[in-house]
Write a protein that binds this ligand. Sequence first.
Ligand SMILES: Cc1ncc(COP(=O)(O)O)c(C=O)c1O
Length: 352
Amino acid sequence: MSLYLNDTARSWRCARPGGGARAFHEGLPGYAPTPLLDLPDLAAACGVGRMLVKDESYRLGLPAFKILGASWATARLIAARADLTGPLTLDALKRAAGALTLVTATDGNHGRAVARMAALLGLPARMFLPAVATDAVVAAIAGEGARVTRIDGDYDEAVRRAAADAAADPDAVLVQDTAWPGYTEIPSWIVEGYETLFAEITASVTPDLIVVPVGVGSLAQAAVAHVRGNALPTVVLGVEPDTAACTLASLEAGEPVTVPTADTIMAGLNCGTVSAIAWPFLRDGLDAAVTVTDADAARAVADLPTTGPSGASTLAAARALLADPQARARLGLGPDATVVLLGTEAAPAAQR
Ligand SMILES: Cc1ncc(COP(=O)(O)O)c(C=O)c1O
């Protein structure tokens, strides 16, 4: 296990995230806070007082949390283009959207969420997937009505292809969940959308440790913004596949580093470059980062049957961290600690 610790992260502060996304999500058809499920046997096995999983296996009709970001970013995008004021309802957005095509690159979950938003608003959508994307993922996104291109390259290359595609079409807008210099506004709206998930958690429990799966780091940025912006006493642990550990490599180098990636069962985390707007939050506000192997994730999936590998990686990470007495002592995680795992996606067999 590679473990990175930042002892100063807990005293770092940032602005408190705004609450606009939550009111918007609450107005969407089918909104309900996702369950926070107790895992007493795993808590006992890991030597903590309580372990819970935030079960994102069914969020606004899709099998992952990603629709929180895609929906809010799409809403803000349409509102900004049309100068919309007043409540951002689906009907108001539909009327204001005009000629607009949504474009994105995706490992699967984000693209499906953008495609679903396009379908709800009656808009076309174009998706770019890396070569490792499975036929099932391609079919799920195409099933939302989007045009899907599986490229001969990795996720970072898919992002470049999507950006070029959108730039060549005056009606198209790139709705990407990662930022780079010159492309930050839409990714920042996506991160704002993820705030709903953290607000739901801390409405009922204040975790001592929250474990976040990290791809490009936008979800982890939202976790850090929520915890540090509200001055909560929570340790934030990020987890990545050992084959796509761009955040860990960047933290160790002290600057963003792109890493080569390989196939992994944690498909949603298979990213080689950390988001440019996430990076300062992760550098300064993330307490710990760890990598896990596919074998660790597969064991975790067996113990969290409704959660897919990207989400179950959080259990593998918690196991690794909590088995290390020195790390526990440094992070102040005693036997009574409450741990929240972000179960960010459904297991394929549990998809509704
Ligand atoms: C299921 C799942 N969990 C976690 C993540 C990580 O989110 P981020 O890329 O914002 O770090 C993703 C990203 O696609 C995902 O699909």
